[in-house]
Ligand binder design. Structure first.
Ligand SMILES: [Zn+2]
Length: 428
């Protein structure tokens, strides 16, 4: 593949080398040159710089191929950190992730939906501060915060374009406000896209793979990753499979479309269907007035696992709808893998996996050319939050620059950084 002239820039070269080291786990300079197409002299200089910045470390010697044994390098996980904040309609999950993408600390709390954003975001900021203190991680090592949530959103402006959880959140500068409260750069991104890229960063998928992610928490979203980067479309509101119509005569959705998948297959729909099944609702003590959809849904999922025929019927119906959507995404993007991520796959994920796999095996357009594998996320229920942190690491280190002294550069100084709102102090 021809290399774009953009790789000539110094930051891109550093980013490329760092990304190859990350993916390889340990690698020699000679192998780095072969993998990147860069000269040995350039590799030596870049690796010296990365060693100097503490981003990589030397870790002994590999096998010799005739000459002297080769010194291996690998990432230095505690050198930098990213924070991921997943803002759901009810809950907020915060994770601190090291340079290798491993979560080192986590916290979560409820009640976000009942608060206006000018109260909720300072609370999120205080929880991030507390997490850094508990983990004893210096602030200077934190590259930024990836705030991930549902769409639609204006990623570059850092605002949600939907009146959820309440009207006050629509158009509110969530990324800017959190950045002010924290004094750290904040990027806003889609939760499903974040969950998708985290798989790549953790080495769970082949780096050359074109894969999709079905993300299900309270709502249903999706993401597609091509060669290690999220497919962005025109405005980063891509692969929103929860809002693909599956019934042209269906009811109007809050998004404006009609007959959206989410209203048939999502946790709210399954809870609604269970409440309309009197015996099941009684057996599981479902609360018709309850607003904690995820908890009610997990009860139904647990009953399905335990062999309750009615609960299982509802979960399988939801899975068949998702299978329908999975086939559509696979047909559109010629995917080789679909990852299932998000809290709502936590309990009955294996039922979803089996049903969706069955649909793809039977119906995917390219099935005679290659299978489409359905796999659970390696990051479990926190996939989106971990992905938020990973997006910061990827943005700063492999697409951007990642040297602490560069962080004062204005946003937009580098094309890859234009969605990371710079840290601003309160009152500016
Ligand atoms: Zn919709």
């Amino acid at each position: 593949m021809a290399r774009s002239p953009v790789w000539a820039s110094r930051s891109k070269t550093r980013g490329l080398v760092l990304d190859v080291i990350r993916a390889a786990r340990t690698i020699s300079r000679v192998e780095l040159a072969a993998a990147t197409g860069l000269t040995g002299a350039t590799i030596s200089e870049v690796v010296r710089e990365l060693l100097g910045d503490g981003l990589v470390v030397e870790v002994g010697r590999g096998a010799s191929t005739g000459g002297k044994p080769r010194t291996l390098v690998q990432l230095n996980p505690p050198a930098r950190y990213g924070v991921g904040v997943q803002l759901e309609r009810n809950a907020c999950v915060i994770v601190l992730v090291d340079l290798a993408g491993r979560p080192v600390a986590r916290t979560s709390f409820h009640g976000v939906a009942s608060m206006p954003p000018d109260r909720a975001l300072p609370l999120v900021a205080s929880q991030v501060d507390a997490l850094l203190t508990t983990a004893a991680v210096e602030r200077a090592k934190v590259l930024g915060v990836g705030l991930v949530s549902y769409g639609p959103q204006d990623r570059s402006a850092g605002v949600l374009l939907t009146p959820q959880p309440t009207e006050e959140w629509c158009d509110y500068p969530v990324a800017g406000r959190l950045s002010e409260s924290l004094g750290l750069p904040v990027l806003l991104d889609n939760d499903a896209a974040a969950a998708a890229i985290a798989e790549y960063w953790m080495g769970a998928v082949d780096p050359r793979s074109t894969y999709g992610c079905i993300y299900m928490a309270t709502g249903i979203g999706g993401g597609v990753v091509v060669a290690g980067e999220v497919y962005r479309g025109s405005s980063s509101n891509t692969a929103e499979i929860g809002h693909v119509s599956i019934d042209v005569h269906g009811d109007e959705c809050t998004c404006g479309n009609i007959g959206c998948l989410e209203n048939y297959a999502g946790p709210s729909a399954v809870v609604r269907q269970a409440l309309a099944t009197p015996g099941l609702a009684r057996r599981l003590a479902l609360d018709p007035a309850g607003d904690d959809v995820l908890t009610e849904f997990s009860r139904i999922a647990a009953a399905a696992n335990a062999g309750d025929a009615e609960a299982r019927g509802l979960v399988e119906r939801s899975a068949r709808y998702l299978g329908h959507a999975a086939v559509t995404v696979a047909v559109l993007f010629d995917l080789d893998t679909i990852v299932l991520a998000g809290q709502s796959f936590a309990v009955a994920g294996s039922i979803y996996q089996a049903v969706i796999q069955q649909q793809l095996d039977r119906r995917s357009f390219a099935r005679r050319a290659h299978p489409v594998r359905v796999v659970p996320s390696v990051n479990g229920s926190d996939a989106a939050a971990i992905g938020g942190a990973v997006l910061v690491l990827q943005n700063e280190l492999t697409l951007g620059r990642g040297r602490p002294e560069d962080r004062s550069a204005p946003a937009g100084a580098n094309e890859a950084r234009d969605h990371l709102l710079p840290a601003r102090s309160t009152g500016q």
